[in-house]
Design a protein around this ligand. Structure first.
Ligand SMILES: [Zn+2]
Length: 233
């Protein structure tokens, strides 16, 4: 037999095994959609957050992405004709930052015949409630608004990249799945139209911040909703 301690080490080792996503060095859409200029500048300078103590949520999120990927492959397209033609985690080029590199991303799912982008988001019941309140105009909670702005911008950036790579997208859905959920209500989505102006503005901002970073600037604006800035990270 092996000890309880060893079993624990073994399982943590398996769960914390590096994925291709962890090894990604250059920024992607999820980074440059960050509304915080300061934290985007850190990412561009290659300043990493370090290994987070709170790793399990992201791991469960990755697992759910994998589960959905398998399910899409096995899906009955007579029941869901939208799934007849899909792009799953297809690598797309968003653009090139001179002196930095090519910015690529892998949007979760494009329903090609429906011109629709889907982005999976794992979250919790408590956060879902807050997100729904902001979406329905019942709250303007700073942290939640920040998260929603980031997710919205990220989806627009994916849609923009897909459109530029020849996969037409005219709408996006953020699909939220509660990790601590138990039934159908724990899966919900927020669907909106693609706005290329949002993605273009996002890219132009990225270029501006990169030029400043390249010039050696280190002072950038914090976003009041940025949790990391508030924690002094
Ligand atoms: Zn920040």
């Amino acid at each position: 037999m092996i000890t309880e301690n060893r079993v624990q080490q073994l399982v943590l080792g398996l769960l914390k095994q590096e994925s291709a996503r962890d090894k990604q060095k250059l920024i992607g859409a999820s980074d440059f959609s960050d509304p915080c200029d300061l934290h985007l500048s850190y990412k561009l300078r290659g300043v990493t957050d370090g290994v987070s103590k709170y790793w399990l949520g992201a791991k469960v999120g990755t697992a759910i992405h994998g589960l959905l990927e398998d399910a899409i492959e096995k899906a009955d397209v007579r029941e869901f004709p939208e799934l007849k033609s899909v792009a799953v985690e297809q690598s797309i080029v968003l653009g090139e930052l001179a002196g930095y590199g090519v910015i690529k991303s892998k949007p979760d799912l494009a329903l090609i015949d429906s011109d629709h982008l889907i982005d999976w988001k794992t979250t919790s019941r408590a956060k879902s409630k807050k997100l729904q309140n902001v979406i329905h105009g019942l709250s303007n909670d700073t942290d939640t608004t920040y998260t929603l702005r980031k997710y919205y911008a990220q989806a627009q950036a994916y849609a923009w990249g897909l459109n530029n790579s020849g996969i037409n997208i005219d709408a996006c859905s953020l699909v939220f799945i509660n990790r601590d959920g138990t039934s159908d209500v724990d899966v919900w989505n927020y669907t909106f139209e693609y706005q290329d102006s949002v993605a273009v503005a996002l890219w132009e901002r990225l270029e501006r911040i990169w030029l400043d970073v390249k010039d050696g600037l280190t002072e950038f604006d914090s976003d009041p909703g940025c949790f990391k800035c508030r924690m002094g990270a």
